[in-house]
Write a protein that binds this ligand. Sequence first.
Ligand code: AKB
Length: 320
Amino acid sequence: MKTKILVTGAVGQIGSELTMALRKRYGNDQVIAVGHRKKPSEELLNSGPFEFIEVTNYDEVEVIVKKYDIGIIYHLAAILSALAENNPQLAWKVNVEGIAVVLEIARKYNCSVFTPSSIGAFGPSTPKDGTPQDTIQRPTSMYGVTKVSGELLCDYYHLKYGVDTRGVRYPGLISYVTPAGGGTTDYAVDIYYKALEDKKYECFLSKETRLDMMYMPDAIKAAMDLMEAEPSKLKHRNAFNVTAMNFTPEELAKEIKKFIPEFEISYNIDPIRQGIADSWPNSMDDSAATEEWGWSPDYGIEKMTEDMLKNLSKKLNISY
Ligand code: AKB
């Protein structure tokens, strides 16, 4: 059995932490990180193999899979929702052509594949509260179109060719390590930086916009646990709803104020990102993930806020 792991998008928000977690669990040389253009951190670069490739280029991905005898691919390279709305062609190329290349190579070289989908795979006609695992998916954002396409392609490669494809629908992800870029849920990361730096934050979503969220350690745990799960138990392979909490900007600000009482939030709504957020669920039902592979998050809003502020204040060298 081939055990070497390839992580695409390894310099991104999820990839930078997932690569390190995989190296810790399976060994540094077992995990090959690939990025596009962004400079990797010293930690990522020095802890194991790193290469620059273009994930939409079949030949470049194939060279790496052959060179390292890859058996498992965590395919994380993607364009996030707000950026996708500004550049739909690029989003289609990276998000859909990228997964199509990875799946075809996985079929040829017998690799298993993890791919993240998102709450963005839902749309305005999806039930908003307790969004079921299996429900209407008619997203109105380009990001959503690419995410549903990715889910369906992964299903197809599993059903047609038996490729071991697995994935989750992530909510907004919050981390103090690598900032997100170009997402609709990015406010929930930016707010912590601004709370420490300026004691105030101008939010681009309205105060009552409720969205599912997750702290990065839970996101990493979800990916690794799903890939280690017993395959016969997985009925929903490629797009498990997973969530850890849901809140509005106003509720998050209130939580931050418990630690930084002088913190103030104000609102200056960005119509594009607000439109995207309004088309997404308020809260997903993730019971299928719990039943089929034991999903259970460790962090809620309070524990996450305490940990975010503690670690960011160290990183920024700002006390509170
Ligand atoms: C985004 O906001 O685009 C992402 C996501 C929810 O998939 N964080």
